[in-house]
Design a protein around this ligand. Sequence first.
Ligand SMILES: C[S@@+](CC[C@H](N)C(=O)[O-])C[C@H]1O[C@@H](n2cnc3c(N)ncnc32)[C@H](O)[C@@H]1O
Length: 204
Amino acid sequence: MGSKEHWEKVYATKASDAVSWYAPHLETSLNFIHLATDDRNAAVIDIGGGESTLVDDLLTRGYNDISVLDISRIAIDVARERLGKQADRVHWYCADIMQATLPKNYFHVWHDRAVFHFLTEERQRVIYVKQVMRSVKQGGHVIISTFGPEGPEKCSGLEVVRYDSEHLHGQFGKTFQLIDSSTELHKTPTGTTQQFLYCFCRME
Ligand SMILES: C[S@@+](CC[C@H](N)C(=O)[O-])C[C@H]1O[C@@H](n2cnc3c(N)ncnc32)[C@H](O)[C@@H]1O
């Protein structure tokens, strides 16, 4: 998985809409978040949110308890700047998800698009799942998106693990009920396509 230096360099050298994972709006993510809850007071966290517009769209839709975590200070600063005064309504964590201290039993929705797939070692995935189990409320929802079986082998120049729904759900185990999954073809800013997989789970 990439170091903080890797990600700071990416965001220092590329515009928000030039990175391969850029999409103007994360529609599939938003749909799953709506499926998870229509309670606008539900606590939602975006893991590795980067400079994505998911936080903007959640604010527009009236969510009142949004957190964004990313390892890159530059990415967080860009997102905050873009939001202006609205940024004060968001909890920002500049942290490595492997070491972050998040509130316990707090989040109703955990969203991760294109972070979990960087965890190429079993021990990293175990730590990640422990983080989810610690900070997501019982009955909360977990939305994880990775490259799918036909997706690229690398993201941002880093090796990734590609998943189908069974394989991805299997990483989380029996505490997580797989409610739905889908694949989508993401069109990158350079016009190529990448297969993403989404898993939508409920934590029992
Ligand atoms: C491929 S980008 C995806 C960004 C965003 N989720 C999206 O879909 O547009 C991966 C993001 O995860 C962040 N990241 C990578 N490793 C991380 C880690 N260990 N802890 C927290 N954030 C991390 C990067 O800084 C980057 O913003």
